[in-house]
Design a protein around this ligand. Structure first.
Ligand SMILES: [Cu+2]
Length: 265
């Protein structure tokens, strides 16, 4: 008996060990290009590890049972009639409850750290000139106010494109250009149906609902070109509703901005 539980503990430990190793060494996600990304990935890794423990554990149990409880030669009767096992039932209720509760609390913590619980700050009110109601997506705590105003960009979503309006330069672009390592604030509006603004590399996704102007804040941390994808089935060409975000260093961004700037003319 002692020998049996010893093996059981050993096998469970090995499964947990393998799951943690895979969880920390196998990266299934695209590169991390915003402040949000590493925070989000913490949660993903945890969920991935929990999933791996369950997957490897159950697969091992099924394979073990296939051999261990195989019908023996000349055996034709029914199996033993089993009825109830209180300790087993307690275990399979308590362990999942703890896991679900922990994942729930941890997810809340992650969402909070990504800025999901932040109140609309006064900058949103500034943008809110016609006293229209503004909704907020994930919003990191604001540390540099002036930067926010400089880079406030208006995003229009429509069937089937995103357009980016730079009010300070009075021009509209089909690509979203932003400077690296600065908090970007975008105000998104939908012209027709529900769309969603998704940048996988930034780990942000926000619905854009008609009649609900929505603010989304993020801070890109890596120079590069990343896809912006509509993540809400919005019509027949939804699959083609893509744009690009180009993260550049500040001087490149300014150069691009000044080339397009209409207020200089
Ligand atoms: Cu769309």
């Amino acid at each position: 008996m002692l020998n049996k539980s010893y093996y059981l503990i050993l096998i469970i430990s090995i499964i947990i060990g393998i799951s943690f190793w895979i969880g920390f060494n196998v990266n299934l996600l695209p590169e991390e290009a915003s402040i949000n990304a590493p925070i989000y990935d913490e949660l993903f890794k945890l969920l991935f590890i929990i999933g791996l423990i369950l997957f490897i554990g159950m697969t091992a149990l099924v394979i073990y049972s296939l051999f261990k409880f195989r019908k023996k030669e000349g055996e034709f009767g029914d199996g033993i009639a089993l009825e109830g096992n209180l300790s087993l039932e307690i275990i399979w209720t308590v362990i999942p409850s703890i896991i679900v509760l922990f994942v729930g609390i941890y997810s809340y913590n992650i969402y909070d750290r990504m800025g999901g619980m932040n109140e609309l700050n006064h900058h949103h009110e500034n943008m809110n000139t016609n006293s229209e109601k503004i909704w907020a997506g994930i919003s990191q705590t604001n540390n540099s106010n002036s930067v926010l105003d400089e880079t406030a960009i208006e995003v229009s979503a429509m069937q089937f494109a995103f357009l980016f309006n730079y009010p300070q330069g009075e021009f509209i672009s089909g690509e979203l250009h932003v400077p690296v390592d600065q908090k970007i604030s975008i105000k998104m509006e939908s012209k027709d149906v529900i769309h969603a603004f998704w940048i996988p590399e930034f780990r942000i996704k926000q619905d854009i609902i008609p009649g609900q102007p929505t603010i989304l804040n993020f801070t890109p941390t890596k120079i590069g070109k990343y896809p912006i994808i509509c993540a809400e089935l919005c019509g027949p060409y939804h699959g083609g509703m893509r744009a690009s975000i180009i993260v550049e260093d500040k001087s490149d961004y300014e150069k691009w901005f000044n080339q397009n700037n209409k207020t200089n003319l």
